[in-house]
Design a protein around this ligand. Structure first.
Ligand code: PLP
Length: 412
């Protein structure tokens, strides 16, 4: 049992820490080892049989990874966690543990592209039935429930259109019908939203994003009850093998120490950027739950303590002008991912959400003209200045050189 902390800011730094009795290291040592030596054959056998505690082999568990699991579980207010090699490893482990052939899954119609692809193209190959529903519509989940429904899967705010799903409703529906609810909390992190508080059974993260926060790791984590985590680890994760490396766990432990201040700054800057975009004459539509006219705004302060650092927007003139604008940015990096110190800009229809067919994207409400930005930790004036120059130069450059997908070199 690890010590619990009243304030999440303190927990990001201290929770899960296992005291280094040997050398008194302040920070968590990296146990960079594939395997663990047993005192004798009997001890090895007992550990495999679950009759003695102790590590066996790093795919099954590792002390550095364990500290991360204990910390993130506490941040999410859940009993336990299982760290995974990637966010998709976390999504896969949660779904594969709870679904078998003949079961029915209800998934949000808009999801991160590879989560959609896993559900739509992989799970269905193994006899799992799937319904995609618009979970922002009242009663839509209950209408989709069948006798064989086992799991509800969603993310909120949704990547990339920033729709917000009512977690209280989701938790209640799942509870009422005895279904397992899974929510991807990547976009907000536990600093802003803890789905477990609304009765959600499993909370997952792409730890690649805000949890790590420095753009140098791909990783994931699943949080749930101790029983569920044991099941995930022992029945699927150890066999699929998508477990986290100790070095990645150490980097995320380091990143987590600043999670609270980073996330608060991301939110503060994103709000200013969203308002700037909303007032720009060349911007057609801005999707950010921190804006009063966003349908997710009523959930601010109740379900979510902030709107996060990701903004979606469309500019007047369509996809090609959008691409030209992306290419005209200088401070922004044209890259997928989010939650890093660097501001990132990308085009979901051709990048993160390309696993959707054009028809599926339309059905999911992911517009082809959508641009997604992840507001970084640079000074907000510099972020806005870059967007401003990119927006102002687009028509002129587009006219001069025609529509281009290349970085516009003379913007530098
Ligand atoms: N969930 C969400 C909401 C994401 O945005 C992503 C990746 O962008 C993932 C899951 C997958 O995470 P990873 O890239 O770490 O596998």
């Amino acid at each position: 049992m690890t010590k619990t902390y009243k304030h999440i800011e303190t927990a990001t730094i201290h929770a899960g820490k296992i005291k280094d009795e040997q050398f008194g290291s302040l920070t968590t040592p990296i146990y960079q080892t594939s395997t663990f030596v047993f005192d004798n054959a009997e001890q090895g056998g007992d550990r495999f049989a679950g009759e003695a505690s102790g590590y066996i082999y790093s795919r099954l568990g590792n002390p550095t990874v364990r500290q991360l699991e204990l910390k993130v579980a506490q941040l999410e207010g859940m009993e336990d966690a299982a760290a995974t090699a990637t966010g998709m490893g976390a999504v896969s482990a949660a779904l594969l543990t709870n679904l078998s052939a003949g079961d029915h899954l209800i998934a949000s119609k808009a999801l991160y592209g590879c989560s959609y692809s896993l559900i739509r193209h992989q799970l269905t190959r193994f006899g799992i039935e799937v319904s995609f529903v618009d979970m922002t519509v009242n009663g839509a989940i209950e209408n989709a429930i069948k006798a064989n429904t086992k799991v509800i899967f969603a993310e909120t705010p949704i990547n990339p259109n920033l729709d917000v799903i009512d977690l209280d409703m989701l938790g209640n529906v799942a509870n009422k019908h005895n279904l397992i609810s899974i929510v991807d909390n990547t976009f907000l992190s536990p600093i802003l939203q803890q789905p477990g508080k609304f009765g959600i059974d499993i909370v997952i993260h792409s730890a690649t994003k805000y949890l790590n926060g420095h753009g140098d790791v791909v990783a994931g984590i699943v949080c749930s009850s101790q029983e569920m985590i044991e099941q995930i680890k022992l029945t699927v994760l150890k066999d699929i093998g998508a477990t986290m490396s100790p070095h990645d766990a150490w980097l995320i432990l380091r990143g987590l120490k600043t999670l609270a201040i980073r996330v608060k700054q991301h939110c503060k800057s994103a709000q200013i950027v969203a308002e700037y975009l909303q007032s720009h004459p060349k911007v057609k539509q801005v999707y950010y739950p921190g804006l009063e006219d966003h349908p997710g705004y009523p959930y601010m302060g109740t379900q979510m303590l902030g709107a996060g650092g990701v903004i979606g927007f469309e500019i007047n003139g369509g996809i090609d002008d959008g691409k030209t604008m992306i290419n005209a940015t200088r401070l922004f990096s044209i890259a997928v991912s989010l939650g890093d110190a660097e501001s990132l800009i990308q085009h979901p229809a051709s990048m993160t959400h390309s696993p959707y067919s054009p028809e599926e994207r339309q059905e999911a409400g992911i517009s082809d003209g959508l641009i997604r930005i992840a507001v970084g930790l640079e000074h907000v004036d510099d972020i806005i200045a870059d967007l401003d120059q990119a927006l102002s130069r687009v028509p002129q450059l587009a006219k001069q050189i025609g529509v281009t997908n290349q970085k516009i070199a003379d913007c530098a």
